[in-house]
Design a protein around this ligand. Structure first.
Ligand code: PGA
Length: 240
C-alpha cells in the first residue's frame, strides 16, 4: 500500500483526479469504480473541469458505484444515484446508460445484488476504483464485523454509519437502515484502487489503517493485501 500525503484537500483532490485522467487517457473505455460521500466531491469537480477543457473524454467510459441505500428510489435526492448525477454525471460527456448504481428500489434485493455482480463481470471488471473510508473503517458499506462478505450483498448499517450520514437527511425524511454494497471480493477484483482520506475526524481511522495489522474490525486494513492500492490523504487526516 502506497501512501501519498498532501497539504490540503484541494491538492489531494487534484492528485486523485490526475490518477483518473491518466487511466481514462490510457484506456478510453475504462470501467471506473466510483464512490459517494463528501470526500470524493473535490475530485469529481476537477474531473468535470478537465472534461470541459478537453483533457479527458468520458464518451466511452463506463462506471459502477460501490453502493446504494436500500430501499430508496433513484429519484430521491438522498439516493446515491442522485448524488452521482448531481456531482459528476450531469457535468461530463458520459452516456448515463453506461453508469451503474445498485438499484435501491429493486423488489428483490438479493437478485439485484446477484445481477450487479454479474454486470461488473460482464463489463470486464473494474480498472480503477476510488474509495472513501468511514470513521469505523468501513469501505463501501462493508461495516466492521467478525466476518465480511465477498460479493455484492444487502447489509444493515451500523449505528455509527447511520449517525455519520444522518446529517444529509432532513427531520421529516426517514433514513434507510440498509444498503446494497459491493463486497470485499468485488472491490479486491479492481485492478487499481485509490483510497481518499481527508479531515481531522479521520485521523484515528487513518492511524489504524497504517499500523501493521489487518482486521475485519477495520475493513479498510484488508486493502494492504491488494497489490495496487494508493492512499491519498491530506495533512488534517494524517497529521505530521
Ligand atoms: P465521507 O464518507 O467521505 O462522507 O467521509 C466516507 C465513507 O463513509 O466511506
Amino acid at each position: 500500500m502506497k501512501i501519498l500525503k498532501f497539504s490540503t484537500y484541494e491538492e489531494m483532490s487534484s492528485a486523485a483526479a490526475d490518477i483518473f485522467a491518466k487511466q481514462i487517457n490510457i484506456k478510453n473505455d475504462s470501467v471506473l469504480g466510483l464512490a459517494t460521500g463528501s470526500t470524493p466531491i473535490g475530485m469529481y469537480q476537477k474531473l468535470a473541469e478537465m472534461n470541459k477543457s478537453g483533457m479527458i473524454d468520458f464518451s466511452k467510459i463506463k462506471t459502477v458505484n460501490l453502493d446504494e441505500y436500500y430501499p430508496i428510489s433513484p429519484e430521491n435526492n438522498q439516493s446515491y444515484r442522485y448524488f452521482m448525477n448531481d456531482n459528476l454525471f450531469n457535468h461530463i460527456n458520459i452516456d448515463k446508460d453506461n453508469t451503474y448504481v445498485p438499484n435501491g428500489s429493486a423488489e428483490d434485493a438479493d437478485e439485484e445484488c446477484r445481477k450487479y455482480e454479474e454486470l461488473i463481470k460482464k463489463l470486464g471488471g473494474i480498472d480503477l476504483q476510488v474509495l472513501g473510508i468511514g470513521h469505523n473503517g468501513h469501505i463501501g458499506f462493508n461495516e466492521p464485523e467478525e466476518s465480511l462478505y465477498l460479493y455484492t450483498h444487502k447489509t444493515g448499517l451500523t449505528e455509527s454509519t447511520m449517525a455519520a450520514n444522518a446529517r444529509f437527511f432532513s427531520e421529516d425524511e426517514v433514513m434507510p437502515n440498509a444498503a446494497l454494497t459491493m463486497g470485499m471480493g468485488t472491490i479486491f477484483n479492481a485492478k487499481k484502487i485509490i483510497l481518499l482520506v481527508s479531515g481531522k475526524s479521520k485521523r484515528e481511522v487513518f492511524k489504524q489503517l497504517v499500523t501493521d495489522r489487518i482486521s475485519t474490525s477495520c475493513p479498510a486494513t484488508l486493502l494492504k493485501l491488494h497489490p495496487n492500492v494508493t492512499v491519498l490523504c491530506d495533512s488534517e487526516a494524517c497529521g505530521e
